[in-house]
Design a protein around this ligand. Structure first.
Ligand code: R5P
Length: 316
């Protein structure tokens, strides 16, 4: 990362993750513009931006995390206000892009919300999108505007090198869908990979967890994009232990951690769960859960976008 100069820009955020927005602003040594956000008695959102935005290059930092619909509406309404205030360019910085898991029709008469939300974001006035670890890379193509999908892999690699002996490490994808992500991290660390293959042999029969790869005696790190209820992670950890893993930890980019996830992690066989702060981890980190900062990566990408510099170079 570099500390070369930065073109003028405006930074602002909604209510989704103010600590992260503040950390990005600190990285960029730029203030967060003041935005008044009110909710009317019926739940409607009102926004007023407290300074002139005419001709400005604006970055709005807002994850569509829980409560997903409120945070999404705040983002859309802020962009509407900015378009009407004649901002020159609006970048929606969405560290965690929710609704992404519904990225295909799973049956008759079901939606594709990832595409719907992408359409809404563009329609509300975004000129470009900056996000981290989209649930599936191809969701980038759901946006008809330039979309930079950053990877948390370098941040994760750095933290693993700092906290783990990389010698006999095994990077594990908790399902077949996450293999590309796990392989990318394993390659950076020079580690092997294993895959948890969940199968339900017949309807009504319990799921079987097969492990592809030899995990006996190895220190395993499960790598995934989202932890929501914690079910996928905790079940994968049990399967790895049953197959002889010496210890199991996890790195997961987006700590959704809904419902009883925190308690589930506490009571699990996991040694540690590390998430980034793409979603505000206040009140969730502690005990076995640790949050690592994503602000330097996002801040540097914002600086590069503002300066028309390469973003992909960050991952060379
Ligand atoms: C699934 O494809 C995702 O990558 C995550 O594994 C999943 O969303 C995690 O959900 P949960 O924690 O509720 O099992």
């Amino acid at each position: 990362m570099t500390d070369a100069g930065t073109q003028p820009m405006k930074l602002m955020c909604g209510n989704a993750n103010r600590p992260l927005a503040k950390a990005i602003a600190d990285y960029l040594d730029a203030p967060l513009s003041n935005v008044e956000i009110q909710t009317f008695a019926d739940g409607e959102v009102f926004v007023r931006i407290d300074e002139n935005m005419r001709g400005e290059d604006v970055f709005i930092i807002q994850s569509t995390s829980k409560p997903a619909n409120d945070h999404l509406m705040e983002l859309l309404i802020m962009m509407d206000a900015l378009s009407r205030a004649s901002a020159a360019r609006i970048t929606a910085v969405i560290p965690y892009f929710g609704y992404a898991r519904q990225d295909r029709k799973t049956g008759g008469r079901t939606p594709i919300t990832a595409k719907l939300v992408a359409n809404l974001i563009a329609k509300a006035g975004a000129d470009r999108v900056l996000t981290v670890d989209l649930h599936a890379g191809q969701i980038q193509g759901f946006f008809d505007i330039p979309t930079d999908n950053l990877f948390a892999t370098p941040v994760t690699e750095q933290d693993i090198r700092r906290n783990y002996n990389t010698e006999d490490l095994m990077i594990v994808s908790p399902d077949v869908g996450g293999v590309v992500r796990a392989r990318a991290l394993a390659q950076r660390l020079g580690a092997d990979i294993a895959i948890v293959d969940k199968r339900r042999p017949r309807a009504g029969v319990a799921e079987v967890m097969n492990i592809i790869g030899e995990v006996e005696g190895r220190r395993c790190i499960i790598y995934d994009d989202i932890i929501d209820s914690g079910g996928t992670l905790c079940n994968a950890a049990v399967a790895l232990k049953e197959h002889g893993a010496a210890e199991v930890s996890a790195y997961i980019t987006h700590g959704v951690l809904s419902g009883k996830a925190v308690e589930r992690i506490r009571d699990s066989v996991l040694k540690e769960l590390v998430v980034t702060d793409s979603i505000d981890a206040t009140g969730k980190a502690g005990g076995k859960i640790r949050a690592i900062p994503i602000a330097p990566l996002l801040g540097e990408a914002i600086r590069r976008i503002a300066n028309d510099e390469s973003v992909s170079k960050l991952f060379d």
